[in-house]
Design a protein around this ligand. Structure first.
Ligand code: ZN
Length: 63
């Protein structure tokens, strides 16, 4: 799988949240949890929303 910028997804980039190696299924983050962290960060920066429930680690498969 090749991204629009020609960079291969296989090339590991560190997660911007915790700097663990990212995974293809949650790219560019290492996990769904970090993805949610990033999402909530910018959501809070733009408009107020009710607190998001923290996902159980077992729910990583849910996309
Ligand atoms: Zn992470």
């Amino acid at each position: 799988m090749i991204l629009a910028n020609g960079q291969s997804v296989k090339r590991a980039k560190p997660c911007p949240i915790c700097e663990q190696p990212s995974k293809a299924d949650s790219f560019p983050f290492c996990s769904q949890r970090c993805k949610d962290v990033d999402l909530s960060r910018w959501l809070k920066g733009s408009y107020a929303i009710p607190a998001m429930e923290e996902d159980d680690p077992d729910e990583d498969d849910f996309v």
